[in-house]
Structures are given as C-alpha cells and as structure tokens.
Design a protein around this ligand. Structure first.
Ligand SMILES: *Cc1c(COP(=O)(O)O)cnc(C)c1O
Length: 244
C-alpha cells in the first residue's frame, strides 16, 4: 500500500516534469495538490511523509474526521468542494487556509463576517464553471469578472486566483478549451486591475488531464485517483449534492 502511493507520486511527478518541459515551464511553477476525498488519514500521511504538503477535501465531514490524525504531519489544507454557508465556521475551526470553491457573493460575504468576528483573513479562489454544465458548481464564465469585483470589496477574503473542474471527457479537444477559457478570464481580470485582487493561481487539471492543464497555465493541479486509487463513490456525489 505504501509502495503503491509512493510509486504513483513518482509517476505523477514525472508527468508534471514532462508536461512542464513540453510547455517550456519550470516544474516548480506547478504545485501538486492531493485530492484526498475518501482517502484514510493513514494513506494521506504516506504522501505527506514523502514531502508533499498540500491536501484538500470536498466535504466538511471528512475534514473533521481526519483533522486530529493529520495534526502530527506538516501540511496545508485547502477546500475544494461545494461549501454551504452554515459550514463556514468549520472551515475556520479545521484550519483550512484556502477555499478554492467560492462561486457566489453571499458565500464570500458570510465568510467575511465570520473572519471579522475571529479577526482572521483567508485566501480564496473563484470557482468558474468553464464547461457550462448545469451539474457543475462555479460561477458562469461571463459573470466571473463582476463577481470578483464585488468580492474584492471584502477585506478579509483575499482572492488569489481561479479554479475550475472543466469537462470530464477523454476528448482532449473538449477539455482544453475549458482550461483556455479559465486562462482568458484570468487575463481579463488582470487587465481590469482590481485593487486587492491577485490572479497568480490557476487551479485546474486532475488525474486524467493534468498535462493539458499544465500546458494551458495551471499553477495548481489537483490529483486524487492517480495517487490513491479509484474511489467507491461516483464523482457526482462530490460535485453536485443534489444528485444524491
Ligand atoms: C476529486 C477531485 C479532484 C481529483 O480528481 P481525480 O480525477 O481523482 O484526480 C480534483 N478536483 C476536485 C474538485 C475534486 O473533487
């Protein structure tokens, strides 16, 4: 089990290196985030011990369950799932440093309020629905700039970039435009020159499409299956809570 995870991490690192080389980028520009949904703390710790530091959950329940166990291993915790406003206090309690899935103003406003009351700040990414599927969360591409402008007024939430899931498909010609669109939106936002808005992070690319994402400018790739193996739940369980 341990060997599997270490072997898979090596394979992923090789894929990152190759994709960066092809794209004329430095491998250090791309951070590997371990998507740890359904993965036990034991298995997560193997990856952390190998030197990887960035992990992310999709559900508050799992964040909570693994929190104590992971205290002994140095790591940074992001949140990549749909976040309900009534779960914000847990995000702070379990020391999430960045919510990558902010896709609406009311969520950012409630986050701001909670952060104010605890005298804290938090990094966020704006999740964009680049594939325009009704089943996916994320702000519509055409509304992203306006949302960023509104959230930028909130001084406790610090926008650091954008996140997308993209189309889940084996057809590269359908996947790539999603990543290109996120890059385009990033550039438009940079152009708009909004105070307090940072656009350095592009979180895109997963087990099946990380090479394409890296070629299109990803700075964070989020990988689960290719490191920890297949999950028993369908991804729809995580991406759209209305389905179950
Ligand atoms: C599960 C998940 C990933 C990782 O997907 P894999 O295909 O297992 O690599 C990335 N991003 C989000 C938002 C996820 O929920």
């Amino acid at each position: 089990m341990e060997n599997d995870i270490l072997l898979h991490l090596k394979e992923i690192q090789n894929r990152i290196n190759k994709a960066c080389e092809k794209a004329g980028r430095k491998a250090e520009e791309v951070q590997l985030l371990l998507a740890t949904k359904t993965v036990s703390s034991e298995r997560i710790k193997i990856a952390l011990a190998a030197g990887y530091r960035l992990i992310a959950e999709n559900k508050i329940q799992e964040l909570k369950e693994k929190f104590e166990d992971l205290q002994s291993s140095t790591h940074t915790s992001h949140f990549i799932g749909h976040l309900q406003t009534n779960k914000i206090k847990e995000i702070l309690k379990y020391q999430v440093s960045c919510v990558q899935s902010v896709d609406r103003l009311d969520l950012a406003e409630k986050l701001q309020k909670k952060l104010e009351s605890e005298n804290k700040t938090m990094d966020i990414l704006i999740q964009v629905n680049t594939s325009n599927e009704a089943s996916k969360f994320g702000v519509a591409p055409e509304n992203t700039l306006a949302l960023v402008q509104e959230i930028a007024k909130l001084d406790r939430v610090r926008i650091q970039g954008l996140m997308t899931i993209g189309l889940f498909s084996d057809d590269e010609s359908k996947v790539r435009p999603c990543f290109q669109l996120l890059k385009k939106i990033q550039q438009d936002i940079v152009q708009a020159n909004i105070p307090h808005v940072n656009m350095r992070e592009l979180s895109m690319g997963m087990s099946g499409d990380l090479e394409i994402a890296i070629e299109e400018g990803a700075t964070i790739i989020r990988v689960g299956t290719a490191i920890f193996g297949k999950r028993i739940y369908p991804d729809s369980y995580y991406w759209n809570e209305n389905i179950v």
